[in-house]
Design a binder for this molecule. Structure first.
Ligand SMILES: Cc1cc2nc3c(=O)[nH]c(=O)nc-3n(C[C@H](O)[C@H](O)[C@H](O)COP(=O)(O)OP(=O)(O)OC[C@H]3O[C@@H](n4cnc5c(N)ncnc54)[C@H](O)[C@@H]3O)c2cc1C
Length: 415
């Protein structure tokens, strides 16, 4: 291991590996290192299917050494601080490492202090999360005996904003098959104003919740969770309203309203990792402060950031990263060639594969303005309208996308 690299990448997740792989595809002479402490790299999008008992968790991970591109140095360590004026990153056990160009991609982390009680309750008993232990989610869904099944999410940004709904739709399907649906009320409580930001998709999803007889509660801001007494406490936003009311047990405590549950699924409150929040690289909301179109840091021009850590006003997904990576790579190659970082072409593309039943899916693809922007390549799969539920889209989610991820995206191939 050396103490200086031409390109230093923090994080060997989706963003870090894809970036390194695309650099290597374009120029094998670049000197690249990735700082990454984890031994396993996970394909997290499949955790939705694991939580529904239709995908093997062990198949969602591969040893990190197998996904780090050949020729790229793996520094098995944690980045702990930045000295951007010195082009230096401090690490936990390897001291200072300097760089010409830095790519910051350590993803996000969970801060359970933002919802007191949740940290103690999660992954135990009837409280589950596909984000932290999808095998436990499947245990909870499989063993559910009826009552109130509450699906919810925090007020912070989260990975894949649609994931808390996807598991609800699959859970409902399972409850129908197992016969517990008759004695079950399903509630989806979200702080949002709509079920999904893209009009075309929201329309279909409201049909899905009607078909599945789900009670949707808008303007519900999750404040705390009482795991022992099985109550989730909410503060109402001004836009609080209900769709398809169910008379589930609730109670009041001052300005908070509690919903009693017999099972709870939620995404955890999510923030940028602490070493990012404490660094000079963040905006006022403590996410990595990069240009929304070029991913170049707004202050330090030889630093780029992408993926979940970046302050980009679009959904945090691997699909978004697929479109961010080529822009970052091209801009850094321009800078190496003494040109400017002129590629400002990222328009906020992100996508959310919303599974609505075992065997059905809607594919939301959109930009910063929430315009529906379906990939023309879907026509090759005989899908003429991806805003409609389709079995071919389910096949894409279960088989096609994992294959493309491991074999194309992570190896720097264009998909
Ligand atoms: C349940 C669930 C469902 C999802 N569904 C979808 C979906 O259907 N479609 C989709 O596109 N996306 C989906 N996503 C989101 C997608 O997985 C993430 O957006 C994506 O993995 C983010 O990539 P990243 O590289 O930014 O972060 P990650 O992939 O999380 O990787 C971050 C890496 O940085 C490392 N790291 C952390 N701290 C440090 C440090 N101090 N120093 C060095 N390295 C560090 C970590 O160990 C990790 O390997 C889903 C996610 C979840 C959890």
């Amino acid at each position: 291991m050396k103490s200086k690299y031409q390109i230093l990448i923090i994080g060997g997740g989706t963003a870090g590996i894809m970036t390194a792989a695309q650099f290597r595809e374009l120029d094998k002479s670049l000197e690249i290192a990735i700082i990454e402490p984890a031994k396993i790299h996970y394909y997290q999008p499949a955790w939705t299917l694991v939580g529904a008992g239709t995908y093997d968790y062990d198949k969602t991970g591969k040893p990190m050494g197998e996904v780090i591109p050949p020729g790229v140095t793996w520094i098995k360590d944690k980045a702990i601080a930045f000295e951007p004026e010195e082009n230096t990153v401090n690490t936990d056990s390897n001291g200072k490492i300097t760089y010409d160009y830095l790519v910051v991609a350590p993803g996000l982390t969970y801060d359970f202090s933002l919802v007191p009680g949740l940290g103690d309750a999660i992954d135990k008993g009837v409280v589950c999360s596909n984000y932290t232990n999808p095998n436990h989610t499947w245990d909870v869904i499989k063993n559910f005996k009826g009552g109130t099944a509450l699906f919810t999410q925090p007020t912070t940004p989260i990975k894949c904003g649609g994931a808390p709904q996807k598991i609800m739709y699959l859970g409902e399907h399972h409850f129908r098959k197992s016969g517990v649906k008759k004695k079950t009320d399903i509630v989806f409580a979200t702080a949002g104003t709509v079920i999904f930001g893209v009009k075309e998709i929201a329309k279909i999803l409201m049909n899905v919740v009607d078909r599945k007889d789900i009670n949707v509660r808008f303007g519900y801001q999750l404040k705390k969770v009482d795991g022992k007494n099985r109550i989730a406490w909410y503060k109402f936003a001004d836009h609080e309203k209900e769709h398809n009311h169910k008379d589930v047990k609730t109670e009041k405590d001052g300005e908070l309203t509690g919903i009693h549950f017999d099972m709870l699924h939620t995404a955890p409150p999510s923030v940028a990792p602490k070493f990012i929040q404490d660094s000079p690289l963040v905006n006022q909301d403590k996410w990595l402060d990069v240009n929304h179109h070029s991913m170049q840091h707004n202050t330090f021009k030889n630093i780029f950031g992408l993926g979940d850590v970046a302050a980009l006003p679009t959904a945090k997904t691997g699909a978004a990263i697929r479109k961010q990576v080529p822009v970052v790579v091209e801009n850094i190659l321009h800078l190496i060639n003494k040109e400017s970082a002129e590629n400002k072409s990222y328009q906020g593309y992100s996508s959310c594969p919303l599974v609505t039943d075992y065997g059905k899916m809607v594919l939301a693809e959109f930009d910063y303005d929430n315009n529906f922007t379906p990939d023309p390549k879907l026509k090759q799969m005989f899908i003429s309208d991806s805003s409609k539920e389709h079995w071919r889209l389910w096949m894409l989610k279960k088989y096609g996308l994992p294959y493309l991820y491991w074999n194309k995206m992570l190896t720097g191939k264009d998909v």
